[in-house]
Design a protein around this ligand. Structure first.
Ligand code: IVH
Length: 771
């Protein structure tokens, strides 16, 4: 995505961006856990890298739910965990010939080889799939696992066994008693296309690309589903081995082949750096015809004793690198620009393109982000544009092919009015988005807000999808959330529905049941559903936990709204950068009405009025006051016009911060919002309090690991209970673990507990501890 470079972000933008990234990655994690990933690993990594870059620049903004505080892909509850005896590492990337030369030089330096001494490599296509670790004992496949976070993955033995490229028994001779074979599971392009075509025809789920398809297929709970998926496997590495079995990478690949594995036929041994570049160019040329996706070439030092000596730097080997292909590009014609209006009124330009295939995916739309982006790239209707799919789901427009610009193409004029309601659309402060000011009267915003209200993480009303919602809105039945609940008891409208084609008695009954079921709602869902700007589901959870019940949250919102800072105060604090400390000195100052030192210059008057404030603060204030009366007015603003305590309280909640706090205050400041909220609350039966993490429980602050099959409660229950008592539940045992609760069949974690001297409890002992 053509995002603002990290170094250009302002603080509020960075905060917004971190919130957006946290949500995007939480969503990706959830989809991944449901075996339905919608973005590729590379795309996920790009989000993660951006998040980290912003956090590095603004360390104070690291959110409690920051993805960088989590490790790797989550191990889901459906498959059991497999700890990798030898970690599954990732590869450093090279993007050009210079990076490759540096890589080779680094190796030569490390091994103290004379520059003239060539290092031989094996160059292998970098398959765009998912890596797997397959364990063979005495030649028999005993376990297969995903990479996971590199240290532990998921046990997907049954699924891997369905892939015909993976032998259940090693053939040939010479394999070590114990060997873990590693390689890439992937979906061939034609098989993937055939699957999607059939799925599309059957109206079932399709996948965006072969990699997602492979990922989704591998994480099926039912292995017969995986068996029906056309997956393939290339072996290229190994993990634990009981004895060495080769002296070179090339020798190892040959051994793997002789034991029955497919090894990529384009893997070759190369004598020097020039050879690497030849292979790279050759594969880049042939890439489209290989029959499977590759995203680069991996270069590995051939001699295994050298690999051993070179070792690792943090999470990647020094002896290998991935030379990535540039992002896939295509050119097409920009046929139109649509303006979409979001829930908070932001206008987003969307490029409508003549359909074109980029990296195996047909692209018809691309985001243009905002008006500054359009202006910066000078994109005009009718232009031929270069499109690219890189580290993001949504394709981006890279540039315009000026030679192909139609002679009559005029610069694009971004609308200054909302295309839906016609209200003026304005930009405020440093917001890159232009927003519709129509608020209530804007149908687009209204529909987006209603869609948000019924969305999965909000009210999630069964039987009321987007389609029905829009249909009911079009009939004038649903204009605000409360109308949804009113509909469920509006016999007249329901009868009308019953009488209609396609809406039988059963659907009506289901609709009513779905709506009524949600008259009981968890506090965090309710807060999220309100659709307050900057309040995502994670922030909603933090707010719910902090306030505990609706009444407290509601009161805080109203109080914060009535205590919003005046525009003058905001300008002082934010526009002129006057620090909180200076503001508090100013607020505390007691100034006589008469100027005590009329002849003094303003700087000295300020020093007199506000003793103890530093010279830069005085310089910031000097242009704002021309005389003593002005200084008194500044002091008054500092004293009286600041935000209410409640706004400060909300902003002070860990992970919430001032931007979100301000958004809550702004929301409750609007009379209409207050009315919509009150009407909704009147329709609800029960708002379920959030559990405040207990601090006085015997396990508060302790780290607990549950292992083995629990008999007194399910894993989820155990976890939820422990967390509500303030404990942290972890998936693995370390020195920092306080308790391991072990049910029957506990295995390696029990051993880990003994190793680290961690207390082991039975389920009953745990219950006794917490009750
Ligand atoms: S070797 C210690 N070889 O790329 C080195 N990886 O970024 C381990 N991959 O997780 C990896 N083709 O999923 C290696 N020929 C190849 C590969 C390959 C694809 C993937 C693999 C790995 C990722 C590393």
């Amino acid at each position: 995505m053509a995002e603002t470079p990290v170094e250009d972000l302002t603080e509020p933008q960075a905060r917004d961006e971190l919130a957006r990234l946290a949500t995007a990655m939480a969503e990706a994690d959830a989809l991944y856990a449901e075996a339905a990933p919608e973005i590729t690993d590379a795309e996920y990594d790009a989000l993660k890298a951006r998040n980290l870059a912003i956090e590095t620049r603004f360390p104070a903004m690291v959110r409690e739910d920051s993805p960088s505080l989590k490790v790797g892909a989550p191990v889901s509850a459906q498959f059991s965990e497999v700890r990798h005896g030898v970690p599954m590492l990732s590869l450093d990337n090279a993007f050009d010939e210079g990076d490759v030369a540096d890589f080779v030089a680094r190796i030569q330096r490390f091994l103290k080889l004379p520059a003239a001494d060539p290092v031989a490599f094996v160059a292998e296509p970098k398959i765009d799939g998912l890596s797997a670790n397959i364990r063979y004992e005495k030649g028999v496949l005993v376990q297969g696992a995903t990479r996971g976070d590199g240290r532990a993955g998921e046990d997907i033995t049954a699924n891997l066994k369905t892939i015909s490229d993976i032998p259940h028994r090693l053939s040939g001779t010479g394999w070590p008693d114990l060997i873990e074979v590693r390689g890439e599971v992937y979906a061939p392009n034609d098989a993937f296309a055939a699957f999607n075509a059939a799925a599309e025809a059957a109206g079932s789920r399709t996948y965006a690309n072969p990699r997602n398809f492979a990922a989704g297929s591998l994480r099926q709970i039912d292995p017969t589903v995986t068996a029906a998926r056309p997956l393939a496997f290339f072996a290229y590495a190994w993990g634990q081995v009981s004895a060495p079995f080769a002296e070179t990478q090339e020798g190892a690949l040959n051994a793997l082949k002789s034991w029955g594995f497919k090894v990529n036929p384009r893997s070759v041994r190369v004598e020097d750096t020039a050879g690497l570049m030849d292979i790279y160019r050759g594969l880049e040329t042939d890439r489209a015809g290989l029959g499977y996706d590759i995203d680069g070439v991996v270069y590995k030092v051939d001699r295994l004793d050298w690999q051993e000596r070179l070792g690792f730097v943090s999470r990647s080997p020094r002896w290998a690198i991935a030379h990535k292909f540039p992002a896939q590009q295509a050119t097409t014609v920009l046929e139109g620009i649509d303006i979409q209006v979001g829930r908070t009124g932001s206008l987003t330009p969307v490029a409508r393109l003549a359909p074109v295939t980029v990296g195996g995916v047909v692209v018809r739309n691309a985001t243009l982000h905002n008006e500054d982006e359009i202006a910066r790239k000078d994109v005009r209707l009718g232009d031929t544009v270069v499109l690219q799919r890189a580290g993001d789901v949504i394709p981006q427009i890279v540039s315009v092919v000026l030679e192909k610009r139609p002679t009559d193409a005029a610069p694009y004029v971004f609308p200054t009015h909302c295309p839906v309601c016609g209200s003026e659309a304005v930009r405020e402060g440093d917001d890159v988005r232009r927003r519709c000011t129509g608020g209530l009267i804007c149908n687009a915003q209204l529909i987006e807000r209603l869609k948000h209200f019924v969305s999965r993480r909000a009210f999630d009303i069964e039987g009321l999808g987007e389609k029905q919602l829009i249909a009911f809105h079009d009939r004038g039945w649903i204009n605000e959330p409360a109308d949804i609940f009113r509909l469920a008891r509006d016999t007249e409208k329901l009868d009308q529905l019953r009488a209609e084609d396609g809406y039988g008695e059963t659907s009506v009954r289901n609709l009513i049941a779905g709506i009524d079921a949600r008259r009981n709602i968890a506090l965090e869902r309710l807060i999220f559903a309100l659709g307050i700007r900057d309040i995502g589901d994670q922030t909603s959870l933090l707010l719910a936990r902090h306030f505990g019940d609706w009444a407290s949250f509601h009161a805080a919102g109203l109080d914060a709204a009535s205590g919003l800072p005046s525009p003058e105060w905001t300008l002082l604090a934010e526009g002129h950068g006057v620090s909180p400390r200076t503001l508090s000195v100013m607020a505390a100052a007691e100034l006589s009405p008469a100027d005590p030192w009329p002849e003094a210059p303003i700087d000295q008057k300020l020093a007199l009025a506000f003793p103890g404030i530093a010279a830069p603060a005085r310089r910031a204030l000097a242009p704002l006051a021309s005389d003593w009366a002005g200084i008194r007015e500044l002091a008054r603003i500092a004293r009286e016009d600041g935000p209410s305590m409640t706004l400060g309280e909300i902003a002070g909640i860990a992970g919430v911060g001032p931007v979100a706090a301000r958004a809550i205050a702004d929301f409750f400041h609007e009379a209409h919002n207050r009315a919509v909220v009150d009407a909704l609350i009147a329709e609800l039966a029960l708002i379920v309090d959030a559990e405040r993490p207990k601090t006085d429980s015997p396990v508060a602050g302790k780290t607990v690991v549950f292992t083995g099959s629990l008999e007194r409660f399910t894993r989820d229950e155990a976890k939820a209970r422990a967390e509500s008592l303030g404990a942290k539940v972890s998936g693995s045992v370390s020195k920092k673990t306080d308790y391991v609760v072990a049910g029957p069949g506990a295995g390696s974690k029990l051993a880990d507990a003994q190793k680290h001297g961690v207390a082991v409890l039975t389920e009953d002992e745990w219950l006794a501890l917490i009750s």
